[in-house]
Design a protein around this ligand. Structure first.
Ligand code: NAP
Length: 281
């Protein structure tokens, strides 16, 4: 049986979600705050609350506040609905929305989209979910239209936690690329050339992350492959070369601080992964 779906929000991502649903044969209703936005061919545009009639209501708006602004006036119409929120919301906000939905008799699943709009429905796209297990199980085949669907348990905030942790790792990695690109500019190398080289280097190095994670999980850093004292010498040299190139130290200085704090605490002979501990409360 085909599932009818409503997509609230026809920004770049909402449109991509609706297009993927239509391509998979799901009757798709769309709503957008500002009328006249382009919508995918075949989508049925309805005002609120009429647009909430579908089996599944997918929300893809700007932020947490915009969800309440949109749905609070019609919350009474959500009883018996399955709401899947794909708006990026922080973990506490996802939990608040789940409690709000439950208070109005609706089942709530929260999702974090790990893709850009053109990637939706293509290989490499994935969406992380947590919240109502029954909604995930029942509508999984529909959700898989967007990409791989992975479930992280009943806590509605868990998918958002993993989503934002991955985005944090990505943001820091990109900032590292910007730093390196600023350094090589002093040597007349373009950011584009450096980007090609840096992508290959980071891909090769990223293979060691599961092993580093396994070491962190043991909490025992006492048998180093590379000690913090060794890493500190390398970071001092990187900072020196950055200074020489006239590059701001905001990024690499922060990395060196993580090592410095552990060395100051007496752990210079421990493994470099101990820098992780500097980030904990
Ligand atoms: P977008 O193109 O800027 O669209 C924003 C949408 O939110 C529009 O439909 C806009 O409606 C609506 N909106 C904004 N404020 C509103 C309000 N107060 N009440 C009701 N509707 C409101 O953004 P997007 O790329 O579609 O992103 C949507 C969500 O997906 C965001 O939470 C974003 O973080 C998440 N996401 C996006 C990407 C990406 O690569 N784009 C990737 C992962 C996750 P109007 O037309 O009326 O302004």
């Amino acid at each position: 049986m085909t599932t009818s779906v409503t997509v609230l929000g026809q920004g770049a991502m909402g449109r991509a979600l609706a297009a993927a649903l239509l391509a998979a044969g799901h009757p798709t209703t769309v709503w957008n705050r500002t009328p006249g936005r382009p919508v995918p061919a075949g989508a049925r545009e309805l005002p609120l609350p009429e647009a909430l009639h579908s089996d599944l209501v997918i929300v893809c708006l700007l932020d947490h506040g915009s969800i309440h602004e949109t749905l609070d006036p019609f919350a009474g119409k959500l009883a018996g609905s399955a709401v899947v929120n794909l708006t990026s919301t922080e973990p506490a906000a996802a939990r608040e929305l789940a409690a709000w939905a439950a208070g109005h008799g609706a089942d709530y699943l929260d999702g974090g989209i790990m893709a850009t709009p053109p990637m939706i429905g293509e290989p490499g796209s994935s969406v992380l979910y947590s919240g109502a297990p029954a909604v995930f199980e029942r509508y999984r085949p529909v959700l898989e239209v967007f990409g791989a669907a992975e479930y992280f348990g009943a806590d509605p905030g868990q998918a958002a936690l993993v989503d934002f942790a991955l985005l944090a790792a990505m943001s820091a990695m990109f900032a590292g690329f910007y730093h390196g690109a600023a350094m090589v500019r002093a040597g007349g190398i373009s950011a584009a050339d450096f980007g090609t080289r840096c992508a290959a280097w980071l891909s090769a190095m990223a293979g060691s992350l599961p092993e580093a994670g396994a070491l962190i999980d043991t909490g025992d850093y006492s048998e180093p492959v590379q000690s913090l004292t060794f890493t500190k010498a390398a970071l001092d040299a990187i900072v020196g070369a950055s200074r020489e190139a006239g590059v701001d130290l905001d990024i690499i200085g922060a990395v060196r601080n993580l090592a410095d704090r552990q060395i100051a605490a007496g752990f210079g002979g421990h493994s470099s992964e101990r820098m992780f501990e500097s980030l904990l409360p």
